[in-house]
Design a protein around this ligand. Structure first.
Ligand code: SF4
Ligand code: SF4
Length: 787
C-alpha cells in the first residue's frame, strides 16, 4: 500500500509499440562538391521516399579518413575519376531505404538512382557520384562511421576543442539549407573551425564549434554565438534543441515556449515544488517561501571544464596530452564482446576501468599536482636523476601510510591505471585517440617515486635482459615453473602467476644447424646491392627479434626464416636486443629510453645496408612506431620496422609469380572448409588495421583462404594476465569472446593467431596450441612439396 501511494507520480506501466527490424536495407551514398549542394539537394531526395537521410560535411569526412573506421567504408567513397577527377568531396548524403519486400525496396531505390543518373549528366551538377551499400552488414559499417562523427570532431588538431553549446538545432527540413548557410556565417565570423552532420529529413543539425575554453577570453563566445543561433532558429521557425541537450540552455526556454512557459512551471511546481530534480534546468517552480520564481541556470554562469583544465599549467598539459583531450563522448563504453575496445571496462563494467574514467581521473590528478605547484616534467626529470636508494625511505614511509589507510587521491588513480591491460585499443579506436598506456606509464613513473614498487614490476621489466641467460638452462627453469608450489609462491609473493616455460631449442645452435646467418655487418656486406633492393627472388630481409618469440617460441623464429627462404627471400636474423616495451608499460622511462637507444644503435648500423626490417610479434614490432618516437623525439631517426604481413604484402608481384595454386598448396589438407581463421592481436587490429587485410592478401597470393574472425581481447596483453591481481579479470575477458571461438568445433585446427600473448593465453586456459599464420602457410608449402 505504501509503495502504491508513493509511486503515484511514477510511470508503472507503459505500452511499447515495437517494430520489426526490416529485412532489407540499402544505403545510397551520394557525393557532392559542396556541402551547400548536399543540403539543397535534400528536398529532391525527400521526394524519392527514403526511410531516412543523413548528411555529413567534408570536415567530418576528412577526420574519418584518418581514423581506423575508414578501412571499413573507403570503398563506398571512392576518389573521383573521369570528368570529376581531382574534385574534392565536400559533403555526402546517406539515403537509407528499408523494407520487408526486396522488390518494393529496389523500386524505391530506382526512383532515386534514375534521378541521380539524370542529375549527373547535367552541366555544373553538384553531384559527383554515388554508391550503393546493400545489406545490413554494409549499411551498419556506414552508420558506424556516421555515429563516430562526434568523436571524430574531437580529434581535430590544436587546443580548440569541439563544444556542444549550439548543438542539435532543429528547423523545418525545407528551411535547413538557408538556416545552415547563415549558421556557418556566424561561426566563420569568429574564425572557428567546426564540422556538421545531421538528419536532413528532420531538419536536425549537429555542430560543435572548436573553442579553446582554457583561454579565458574565449568564454564570451559562448553567449555571443548562442544568442545569434537562437535568433536564427527563431527566424527559420525552429528550435534550439531537437533531440537532446536542453540542460542549461533552458534559459532560452521562455523565448521558445512563450505563453506556455508558465504552464510548464506549474507542472514543475506540482511535481518538484522544492526544485530538487535537475535544479535550474528545463523549468523552475516558484520558490514557495519567497513567493517568487526561481531563476534558471545561465549558459555562462555554470562551471565549465575549461575553467578546471586551465588550472593545469601548459607544461603539465603538454606532458599528459594523451589524456587531456578526452571529450567524454563515451565511445569507449563499448559492450560488444567481439570488439577490441577496452577489455578492462568490458571485464569489470566499472567506469574507472574505462579510457574515459582513466582520462578523467588523470586530469583531476594533474589539477592536484598543479595546485601543489608541481611541474610533472620537472618531477619526471628529477626521478631519472635520483638514485634508487635516495628515495627509498620516503617511499617506504608512504607505502606504510597507504597500508594504514591514509587518504591519497593518487592511490585511486593508481587503482584505475593498474586495471589497464595497456592493449592500446583505446589509441586506435577512441575517436580522439586518447592514449591511456602513454599517460598511464607517465603516471606510474611519478607514482612510484613516492611509493615502493611491487617486486613483479622489476621482474617484468628485467625479463628481456635475463631471458638470454635463462634460455641457456631451459630444463631446470621449466621444471621450476611447472611445480605447483613454486607457482603458488610466485603468485602470492611475487605477484606473478602461470609463468610460461622456455623453448628447449637454442636459437643460436638451431640457426647454425640450418645455416641461417645473423645480420652482422660482415654477413650483410656479402650480399650484392641488387639483392638488397630488388623485388622478388633473392631479396634480402632482416627479422628483428623480440624476447617473447625468440625465447618462448623459438620454433616460430625458425619457421619464419624457413618460410622466407622457401618463398625465395634471403632472410637474416638481427642480433637479439631487448626492445624495452615491458619497461615502458610499467613506467620505467629511463631504462626504456636506454633500451630503445641501444636497439636503435644496432638497427642504425644495419640500416646502412638498406635491407628492410621486419618483426614477428605485433605488439613488440609496433612499439617502433608508437612508444619509440615518443621517447626518442627528434633526437634520432627511427628505421621502419614492418610487420611481417605488411612486408610480404608488398612483395605481391613476386609471391604471385610463384604460382602456388590452391590445389598445390591444399593437396593434403583434407578438411571440408579449407579456410583458416585469423584471431588477430588487439594492438595490431586497432593500431595497424590495414595490416590485418595484408594477411588475407598474403594467404590469397599463396593460394590459401583466410577469414578474419571478429573477437575482442584475449585478456593476456603482454604480462597483464600473468599478474596475480589480474588473473580473474584476464579469465573473464578471455571468456567474453575467445573461449567460444577457440572451442568452436567447426574451426578446429584452422585457427591462427598473430600475438604471442594470445597463443599463450589459449594454451593456459584451453590447453590448445595455435599456429601463427606464417606457420600455417609453411605447413602447406611443406605439404605441397612433399617434404
Ligand atoms: S576516452 Fe572514451 S569518452 Fe574519452 S574521447 Fe575516447 S572514446 Fe570518448
Ligand atoms: S589500453 Fe586497453 S585496457 Fe587500457 S584503457 Fe586502453 S583499451 Fe582499456
Amino acid at each position: 500500500m505504501w509503495l502504491r501511494r508513493h509511486l503515484k507520480f511514477f510511470i508503472v506501466e507503459a505500452k511499447v509499440n515495437l517494430l520489426k527490424i526490416p529485412t532489407f536495407a540499402t544505403l545510397v551514398n551520394i557525393r557532392y562538391d559542396s556541402f551547400e549542394g548536399s543540403l539543397r539537394h535534400a528536398k529532391d531526395l525527400l521526394n524519392a521516399a527514403p526511410t531516412s537521410i543523413e548528411t555529413v560535411d567534408s570536415r567530418v569526412l576528412g577526420l574519418a579518413k584518418d581514423d581506423i573506421i575508414w578501412h571499413s567504408v573507403a570503398d563506398f567513397f571512392p576518389d573521383e575519376s573521369g570528368g570529376n577527377a581531382g574534385k574534392e568531396l565536400q559533403g555526402v548524403n546517406l539515403v537509407e531505404y528499408t523494407g520487408n519486400d526486396q522488390t518494393e525496396v529496389d523500386n524505391r531505390i530506382k526512383v532515386l538512382t534514375d534521378l541521380l543518373d539524370a542529375a549527373l549528366t547535367e552541366p555544373n551538377s553538384k553531384i559527383l557520384g554515388y554508391t550503393l551499400a546493400q545489406g545490413h552488414e554494409n549499411v551498419k559499417k556506414i552508420w558506424a562511421m556516421r555515429k563516430k562523427s562526434v568523436g571524430l570532431l574531437g580529434n581535430a588538431k590544436g587546443e580548440g576543442r569541439p563544444i556542444p553549446f549550439v548543438e542539435d538545432t532543429a528547423v523545418p527540413p525545407e528551411n535547413l539549407a538557408d538556416f545552415i548557410m547563415e549558421f556557418r556565417a556566424v561561426l566563420d565570423t569568429h574564425d572557428l573551425s567546426y564540422g556538421m552532420f545531421g538528419h536532413v529529413d528532420a531538419g536536425v543539425l549537429h555542430v560543435r564549434p572548436a573553442i579553446d575554453m582554457k583561454d579565458e577570453k574565449n568564454e564570451g563566445l559562448i553567449r555571443d554565438i548562442t544568442d545569434k543561433v537562437v535568433a536564427l532558429t527563431q527566424k527559420y521557425d525552429g528550435l534550439l534543441w531537437g533531440e537532446h541537450g536542453k540542460g542549461v540552455r533552458s534559459e532560452y526556454a521562455t523565448e521558445f515556449f512563450g505563453e506556455l512557459y508558465p504552464v510548464i512551471q506549474q507542472v514543475k511546481g506540482a511535481f518538484d515544488p522544492h526544485n530538487q530534480l535537475n535544479p535550474g534546468k528545463i523549468a523552475t517552480p516558484f520558490d514557495l517561501s519567497k513567493k517568487e520564481r526561481v531563476e534558471l541556470l545561465k549558459i555562462d554562469e555554470v562551471p565549465m571544464r575549461g575553467q578546471f583544465d586551465r588550472q593545469i599549467p601548459l607544461v603539465n598539459r603538454d606532458q599528459f596530452q594523451a589524456g587531456m583531450y578526452c571529450n567524454g563522448n563515451g565511445a569507449c563504453y563499448n559492450f560488444d564482446p567481439n570488439d577490441a575496445m577496452c577489455p578492462s571496462y568490458k571485464g569489470t563494467r566499472e567506469r574507472i576501468h574505462s579510457p574515459k574514467g582513466r582520462a578523467s581521473l588523470m586530469r583531476e590528478w594533474l589539477r592536484g599536482m598543479s595546485e601543489q605547484g608541481l611541474d610533472t616534467q620537472a618531477v619526471s626529470d628529477k626521478i631519472k636523476d635520483t638514485p634508487f636508494i635516495a628515495s627509498f625511505f620516503p617511499r617506504l614511509s608512504n607505502t606504510l601510510k597507504k597500508r594504514r589507510g591514509d587518504y591519497d587521491f593518487s592511490n585511486k588513480v593508481h587503482e584505475s591505471m593498474m586495471g589497464c591491460l595497456a592493449c592500446k585499443s583505446c589509441v586506435g579506436q577512441c575517436p580522439i585517440k586518447v592514449d591511456v598506456p602513454e599517460f598511464r606509464a607517465k603516471f606510474l613513473e611519478i607514482y612510484y617515486s613516492r611509493y615502493l614498487r611491487p617486486v613483479k614490476d622489476y621482474v617484468v621489466g628485467s625479463m628481456e635482459y635475463i631471458m638470454p641467460t635463462l634460455a641457456k638452462y631451459p630444463n631446470p627453469y621449466n621444471w621450476m615453473m611447472e611445480q605447483a608450489w613454486i607457482n603458488r609462491f610466485s603468485a602470492n609473493y611475487l605477484g606473478i602467476t602461470d609463468s610460461p616455460t622456455l623453448s628447449k631449442l637454442n636459437i643460436k645452435k638451431e640457426m647454425d644447424k640450418r645455416g641461417i646467418r645473423f645480420a652482422t655487418p660482415n654477413n650483410l656486406k656479402s650480399i650484392g646491392l641488387d639483392k638488397r633492393h630488388s623485388f622478388g627472388k633473392g631479396k634480402a630481409v632482416i627479422i628483428v627479434q623480440d624476447a617473447f618469440t625468440s625465447y618462448f617460441e623459438t620454433q616460430l623464429v625458425l619457421d619464419t626464416m624457413e618460410l622466407l627462404t622457401r618463398l625465395g627471400f634471403q632472410a637474416f636474423l638481427a642480433p637479439y636486443k631487448p626492445n624495452g616495451k615491458p619497461l615502458h608499460v610499467h613506467g620505467f622511462f629511463k631504462a626504456f629510453e636506454k633500451a630503445a637507444n641501444k636497439n636503435l644503435d644496432m638497427l642504425e648500423e644495419l640500416a646502412a645496408y638498406k635491407i628492410p626490417f621486419v618483426g614477428v610479434d605485433p605488439s613488440m614490432t609496433l612499439s617502433f612506431r608508437s612508444e619509440y618516437p615518443k621517447v626518442i623525439g627528434d633526437k634520432r631517426e627511427i628505421p621502419t620496422v614492418n610487420l611481417l604481413q605488411e612486408w610480404l604484402a608488398e612483395q605481391s608481384e613476386h609471391l604471385s609469380s610463384l604460382n602456388l595454386s590452391s590445389s598445390q598448396l591444399k593437396g593434403s589438407f583434407a578438411l571440408e572448409d579449407e579456410s583458416y581463421h585469423l584471431l588477430a592481436h588487439c594492438t595490431e587490429k586497432t593500431n595497424a588495421a590495414a595490416s590485418i587485410q595484408d594477411w588475407v592478401k598474403v594467404f590469397s597470393l599463396l593460394g590459401l583462404d583466410l577469414k578474419v574472425e571478429n573477437v575482442g581481447c584475449c585478456g593476456m596483453a603482454g604480462t597483464y594476465g600473468h599478474e596475480t591481481a589480474n588473473l580473474q579479470t584476464s579469465k573473464d575477458i578471455y571468456e567474453l569472446s575467445w573461449k567460444d571461438k577457440i572451442n568452436d568445433e567447426t574451426l578446429q585446427d584452422r585457427i591462427v593467431a598473430t600475438g604471442y600473448s594470445c597463443r599463450s593465453q589459449v594454451k593456459r586456459f584451453d590447453q590448445k596450441a595455435l599456429l601463427h599464420p606464417l606457420q600455417a602457410v609453411l605447413k602447406h608449402l611443406k605439404n605441397s612439396r612433399q617434404d
